[in-house]
Design a protein around this ligand. Structure first.
Ligand code: ADP
Ligand code: MG
Length: 777
């Protein structure tokens, strides 16, 4: 050991010498003077002292004050300067991939190094770093997976958990683990970083851990509410039909009206005339027509145009609800007579799942006389800071998931943001000079907003989390989750456990089965993981890899404005007569691979409304999945791909494998008159989403459908679906129970009934027994 101690000592000295040499370079000096202007810099000594003296420290500060880029860097520089470089291993978690990469790149350039030297990053599928790396940015998910091998985080000296105020599920989960871990690792330093809101909550959770607040250096921001914006822009909100709707193909139903959120309902009770008597008649009429349930892109466009015509220089940051509005608004801007002039305006999208290549443009100052307009989702709220923003346009909404535990249903609806979020968004305008925030909602809506958003752990299905808790051997799921900052509903936990039992990941004692262990090692939703295993077992590995990649990442089909019919036609031609969105995905990907061999994938994507970036990502993910399957012994790579693809072109077999993966997501297809109608066990009648190749069909060859996603938006929609036979269900679906009448078998707790003779039932049981052995090997 003394030899390795010596090596470490030498390495520490080398790190220090190198750091000092780099500091002297002109580039780094220029960066240093930028860094010294950040509010975090003034707190450096106090921060380092607090880190040295406390096991847990909470740091809060306005977004942009330098928490993410400076605090980990202070620790790094200090450790290296004090010749502890060899022993320090700093990890900083980020909720999103895009911020992990951009922050690591930023710090490397501040240090005058290449990315991946002292500072690196690791996200799913991608990492940059070496054994030399001392500061690693990773997604919270990556750290949670690391805990499987290193439950005490023995290889970590300092752990910074960033953006905890967002209350993401992974972060809340990590906090429970850390609190239990601290007594076992007295030398570990944990630093929790949060925006200004809510810091107390975290301090309390960790036994009143000390808090440091970094005072912000922001300029005043003027707030304009909808009434003021309408007055300035003279925009007339017309009838609802002119506005953008969540799903424009469906007319607003009465049922939907009744589900309006409380804020909109509240607004409808307001007497516009007396409340807004100081405003012009057009404004009052517009306010009356305004409906909070909708996002009026015309209004957003007019507001941007108003700023460009009447306000001074400075970038505009627009907060929208998702990719859909961003791309629609981009399309509108392109054809806008004034804003569409590319010599004067630079309109850029900013979205969490965007490729990282275009990022520089977002941070860079545009050339003089050219205005930057960034159209973003809430990713720009706190994790990414664009310095030159002077104007914020806030639609006041974000797409929010919620979970209806009673109906086991995920919901995704644009809903009002919290006051805390509104404050964050507003703050983005005052970074370099006084700014203006254009809020596209009335003042009374703001006053009625919730203080904080509900944490994600209370808004999502919990099966992946439960599986993770089991794989980390953290005990009974219910009692573990009871230790959370805000514990989830017991019904939600129960649903998750039940699902894991149904797919065979947990046994009756709620312990992991061998299949459950395999599923834990796949960083995927357990259903998708099971599909992969079945693909390997039943020799349709390629299709399983492709479909799993699409489901785990995103659908490669894009939806350009006003092109829905053309996109539908492209999907249908890929699907052929399969009645399956998943087969359409598969064929699209195979077509892309063929086109790529002939170097015409660009054209292919363009002609078929496919995103080349998503397809490329899917290719990478397929390779990663293949590696994982080989790690757990389901694939022997030395045998070559042909050994696992004997049935890859047999679509019935592929659909059976899909059924095995997607069960219990089953829909019954029934006839009502000439139409096909669809039912599920939990919620009764559901609708096939209009974007599906199965939408609008009158008959189906087979009686069931499996689906990958069911979401309640303005209706209960089944997204991608595949028509399957009862044999697929009987052989590959969840556990069977003898029918109560004695004849045949039942599934889904009696919801599905199949008549079959005793000998057939017996045969099915035997086949399933063999399959169970293969899955649990
Ligand atoms: P916080 O985490 O407190 O919100 P950051 O450490 O992310 O703040 O950012 C501090 C400052 O560094 C920001 O004001 C921003 O201008 C600058 N910055 C951060 N990332 C980049 C980048 N990738 N390119 C240019 N500037 C950046
Ligand atoms: Mg930050």
């Amino acid at each position: 050991t003394s030899e390795s101690d010596l090596e470490k000592e030498i390495f520490s000295v080398q790190l220090k010498e190198r750091q000092e040499k780099l500091k002297a370079s002109n580039n780094v000096k220029a960066m240093q003077s930028f860094r010294e202007k950040l509010p975090a810099f003034k707190m450096k000594a106090e921060f380092l002292k607090a880190v040295a003296e406390n096991q847990v420290l909470v740091v809060s500060g306005e977004t942009g004050c330098g928490k993410t880029t400076q605090l980990p860097q202070f620790i790094l520089e200090e450790e290296i300067s004090c010749l502890r470089g060899a022993d320090c291993n700093i990890i900083c978690t980020q909720p999103r991939r895009i911020s992990a990469i951009s922050v690591a790149a930023r710090i490397s350039s501040e240090r005058g190094e290449n990315l991946g030297e002292t500072v690196g990053y690791q996200i799913r599928l991608e990492s940059k770093g070496t054994v030399q790396t001392r500061l690693l940015f990773c997604t919270t998910g990556v750290l949670l997976r690391r805990l499987v091998e290193d439950p005490d985080l023995n290889c970590v000296s300092h752990l910074l958990v960033d953006e905890i105020h967002e209350r993401g599920m992974n972060e809340d989960f990590l906090l429970i683990i850390l609190r239990d871990l601290l007594p076992r690792r007295p030398d570990l330093r944990v630093i929790l970083m949060s925006a200004t809101i809510n810091a107390d909550l975290f301090s309390k959770y960790f036994g009143n851990a000390p808090t440091i607040h970094i005072p912000g250096l922001t300029f005043p921001v003027v707030d304009l509410f909808l009434e003021d914006v309408l007055e300035k822009t003279r925009y007339k909100i017309k009838s609802e039909s002119d506005s953008f709707q969540v799903n424009s193909r469906r007319r607003r139903s009465r049922e939907q009206d009744s589900k309006k959120d409380h804020l909109t309902a509240l607004y409808e009770g307001v007497d516009v005339d007396s409340n807004y008597k100081n405003y012009s008649t057009t404004t009052r009429a517009s306010l009356e027509a305004w409906s909070g349930a909708l996002l009026d892109l015309g209004l957003v466009e007019s507001t941007i145009e108003y700023i460009c015509r009447h306000e001074g220089d400075g970038a505009i940051l627009v907060f929208l609800t998702g990719w859909n509005d961003i791309s629609k608004l981009l399309d509108r801007i392109k054809v806008n007579k004034f804003l569409g002039d590319p010599s004067k305006f630079l309109a850029l999208p900013l979205h969490g799942s965007m490729p990282t290549v275009n990022q520089r443009e977002i941070f860079d100052r545009p050339p003089p006389n050219k205005r930057k307009i960034v159209l973003a989702t809430n990713i720009a709220e706190s994790s990414i800071t664009i310095d030159d923003v002077v104007y914020v346009v806030d639609c006041g909404k974000a797409k929010e998931t919620s979970y209806d535990a009673l109906n086991k249903l995920a919901c995704l609806l644009p809903s009002w943001i919290s006051k805390a979020s509104a404050h964050q968004r507003r703050g983005r305008a005052g970074r370099v000079q006084p700014g203006v925030c254009y809020k596209l909602y009335p003042r009374i809506i703001h006053d009625a907003m919730l203080q904080y958003q509900l944490p994600e752990i209370l808004r999502t299905p919990l099966q992946e989390l439960c599986l993770h808790i089991k794989s980390l051997q953290l005990g009974a799921v219910g009692s573990f989750l009871a230790k959370a900052l805000q514990p989830p509903d017991s019904l939600a936990v129960q649903n998750a456990i039940e699902l894991l039992k149904t797919i065979g990941a947990l046994d009756d004692m709620e312990e992991l089965t061998p299949l459950g262990h395999h599923l834990c090692t796949l960083p995927l939703d357990p259903n998708i993981g099971k599909m992969l295993l079945m693909g390997a077992i039943f020799q349709c590995l390629n299709p399983a890899l492709t479909i799993a990649a699409a489901l785990a990442h995103r659908n490669p089909f894009v939806l350009p404005i006003n092109m829905t019919e053309e996109v539908d036609a492209a999907k249908r031609s890929f699907a052929g007569d399969s009645c399956s969105d998943h087969i359409a995905l598969l064929k699209a990907f195979e077509g892309y691979k063929d086109a790529k061999r002939n170097r015409r994938e660009r054209d292919f994507c363009w002609e078929n409304f496919l995103s080349p970036i998503t397809l490329q990502m899917m290719e990478d993910m397929r390779n990663q999945f293949l590696d994982l399957l080989s790690d757990i012994g389901f694939v022997d790579k030395s045998k070559g791909p042909s050994a696992y693809n004997q049935y890859s072109h047999d679509l019935e077999m592929v659909c059976a494998v899909l059924c095995a993966g997607l069960y219990p997501n089953v829909v019954q297809c029934k006839r009502r008159g000439k139409r096909a109608v669809f039912y599920t066990k939990e919620v009764g009648q559901v609708t096939i989403h209009p974007s599906s190749v199965n939408a609008g069909k009158f008959t189906f060859p087979l009686p069931y459908m499996v689906y990958s996603e069911m979401v309640k938006t303005n209706n209960i929609f089944v997204y991608d679906s595949t028509n399957i036979s009862e044999y697929a269900l009987l052989l590959f679906g969840g556990s069977l129970t003898p029918s109560k009448t004695g004849e045949g078998i039942e599934m889904l707790g009696g919801y599905l009934h199949f008549s079959a003779s005793k000998s057939v039932v017996e045969l099915i049981r035997k086949l399933r027994g063999q399959l169970d052995k293969l899955l649990n090997k």
